[in-house]
Design a protein. Structure first.
Length: 426
């Protein structure tokens, strides 16, 4: 897409999956797009590194799925959740409930590989990508609407103009803060410590969540970031290890990220045995606190997407899917905004974006909050594990909902809730 003579039509801030998807979809809608990110890609990013079965649909649309499946990713066939009591919730993506995702498996993929690939797809669609460019301020027109950004690079400062700025810059979004949209919840505040290990014992094609009284850890095999994955059969895949603890617990420990992660694993004997021969191959990176939800996903001249708009807890692995789908949702909104000058009409379009997001993600948000409540209250999760271990079909349905291809309404329906309660009773 050629640059506009008087600037860009859309500026996307953030080069992760949310930003790359937004930029690619906007370019496909015929818009002139510039994407800026403070990093130089490829770069490491603390993340669960999990793409749900339905997330593959957007990757395929962007032309990224085939390269990932040819060698960059490992395959995840389902999930198993270990409750504090020792109970297990085991669900598979391919199951008898009749729902099918775009793929019958999820993907474990290193962010170094995924993000660089998605940025390449954005470039191929005509997006100009500016790396090592840090956004310092939002620019405003005479009516107070955002109409661009100021960026700082190693060569100095620069102003970029566009009638629409998309904030896709993650949990600590500069765009959300500068637009007065950022909001931190006091509920379920947690922080994560993430690293990669080789030779973790007993890993399989299932993603794992191990919940304890003071947090949880997620384990999943991922590719090595060099185009090698489980699908190659060469044994080069590594394990993503993400320990998530309450912020208050982390503050009390006053430990380095390495000491936090390794100490937490060592304190849980069942997990410690699996790491006896394991070798950590990346630094431990911390991210959080979580429980961030923007006051709304727009301001005049601004749209938020991905973690910049909302992030509760990484337990369900929603992040990359929501980031990819968010770009798909906002592209037609962005097109209408760019081609509308009347302020009243623009406000209606912004409000339509909020409605579209609530319609698309609302059911999953409710389900995520219920799961987060169970994780935070061990007796509730223990009861859930007992119920779902007795009803494998219901467990498959729940795992399918976390995989984004089973509607949350199918799990939260009165009939299913009664079925769950009957299984939970002694």
């Amino acid at each position: 897409m050629a640059r506009m003579s008087d600037g860009w039509q859309v500026i996307v801030v953030g080069g992760g999956p949310a930003g790359a998807s937004a930029a690619w979809h906007c370019a496909q809608a015929g818009l002139a797009v510039c994407l800026v990110d403070r990093a130089r890609f490829p770069r490491a990013k603390p993340c669960a590194e999990y793409v749900s079965p339905e997330g593959s649909r957007i990757l395929d649309r962007m032309g990224a799925l085939s390269p990932l499946e040819r060698g960059g990713a490992t395959y995840l066939t389902g999930m198993v959740v270990h409750a504090p009591s020792g109970g297990r919730i085991h669900g598979e993506f391919a199951a008898r409930h009749g729902y099918r995702g775009f793929r019958d498996r999820g993907l474990g993929i290193r962010r170094e590989f995924l993000d660089a690939l998605l940025l390449d797809r954005a470039r191929a669609a005509g997006v100009e990508v500016l790396e090592e460019a840090r956004v310092t301020q939002l620019r405003h027109d005479a009516h107070g609407q955002v109409n661009g950004v100021d960026i700082a690079t190693d060569t100095g400062t620069r102003a970029l103009q566009a009638p629409l700025v998309i904030g896709a810059d993650g949990l600590n979004s500069v765009v959300a803060r500068r637009a007065g949209l950022a909001h931190r919840s006091r509920w379920l505040r947690r922080v994560a410590y993430v690293a990669h290990y080789r030779d973790v014992r007993a890993m399989s094609s299932l993603g794992e969540m191990h919940v304890t009284d003071n947090g949880y850890v997620g384990l999943a095999q991922v590719g090595d970031g060099q185009g090698h994955g489980q699908g190659d059969g060469d044994g080069t895949a590594v394990t993503n290890v993400a320990v998530v603890v309450p912020t208050r617990f982390a503050q009390q420990q006053r430990a380095t990220p390495e000491a936090m992660l390794e100490g937490w694993l060592a304190a849980h004997p069942v997990l410690a045995k699996r790491f006896v021969d394991a070798v950590r191959v990346t630094p431990v990176r911390a991210v959080g606190p979580f429980a961030s939800h923007a006051r709304r996903a727009w301001a005049p001249g601004v749209l938020l997407t991905g973690d910049a708009a909302d992030f509760l807890d990484p337990f369900t692995g929603e992040g990359i899917f929501a980031a990819l789908v968010g770009g798909e949702l906002l592209a037609p909104i962005a097109h209408d905004l760019v081609h509308t000058s009347d302020m009243t009409a623009r406000r209606r379009i912004f409000e339509a974006y909020e409605h579209t997001r609530n319609t698309t993600f609302g059911g999953k948000w409710r389900l995520e909050r219920l799961i987060a409540l169970a994780v935070a209250w061990p007796p509730l999760l223990n009861r859930a594990a007992r119920a779902l271990s007795r009803d494998r079909d219901l467990a498959d349905l729940l795992i399918g909902a976390t995989g984004d291809f089973v509607p949350a309404s199918a799990v939260l329906s009165p009939r299913m809730l009664l079925r769950f309660l009957s299984s939970a009773l002694p």
